[in-house]
Design a protein around this ligand. Sequence first.
Ligand code: GYE
Length: 357
Amino acid sequence: MKKLFALFLSLIMVLSLAACGSTPTQSAAPSTAPSAAPSAAQKLIKVGVAQVGHESDWRTASTKSIQTNLSKENGFDLQFVDCDNKPDKQLEAVRNFIQQQVDYIVIDPIVSTGWDTVLTEAQNAKIPVIVLDRTIDDSNKYVTWIGSEFTNEGLAAGAWLKDYAKAKNIDKLNILVIKGTTGSSAEIGRTKGFEKIAKENGWTILDQQDGQFTQEGGAKVMESYCKSYAGKFNVVVCQNDNEAFGAQDAMKAAGVTYGVNGKVILISFDACKAALKQVLEGKINADFQCNPLQGKVLADTIKKLKAGEKVPEKTYMPEPWYVSENILKSITYTNNAGKTVTEDLIQVTQAIADASY
Ligand code: GYE
């Protein structure tokens, strides 16, 4: 009878282990099997992420990085909302997270203002807010920010253009800018940085219009520029790679040559894989990286906060500057913190392009 009972017990054990499936983290040893412990779902950290949208290669990489790092296996229950570049939709998403009483709210703010009311609501609900990528400029009711120094990106682009034009004996610069989403901190910073250098050097910025950080938007703006400023420009600055792809389409259609062997110097930001391939081929002269792979830092930050540890007020992602030609080795400029810095210019290789996001 005893033997039969033991057989019955081990059969039950085998069956329940089989029910666990192939989950690699499950231990087969009965002594470590969780019994009265809370279920895995209860222990997950619930995080609501209000993402900007899906407008660019940069954004796709950012979303993937968030989703990979804030996974169930890593201990997160991720509520992800793509806000489709609509500020109202983003405010609504944050309010829904508050209602759901998530543990943490992560916001990549489409625009940098209009945040204080909803952040006050989150604070009242005792839900810590983390700001990712773009900044919030009219409220400080969040615990930490992780992202890039957009003004430095603009300053670096200007510093490079200055040295490059000198090296190529180009003494007159007539510039067209295709800006990113109006009111986003990425647009504000890149514009501010580049305009500063343009002003210092007496360059002419012929026009600056919003291309919405999309290929379609970039093409549309460039198409109209090609008509309005035909034969009058020799530099095009696109505030992200997808706009640069669109600008290339429009310039091709209008018979305007660009890049290393063309009439127009083409500058871009982001440095995604497709764009770095073009830098390698000489179709984009220089590309100033903005790093979207912030998911790991985000996950680590949330875990630290959960453990009651201190986190830095700001975390900057490292960002290299990429160029097509081997003419200049570095740039020197005064950065947004007022510090004179010398930074390397990296000539793109196939391996570098392949390794990008
Ligand atoms: O440059 C652009 C994206 O916020 C830094 O948004 C980000 C910007 C990025 O759409 O490609």
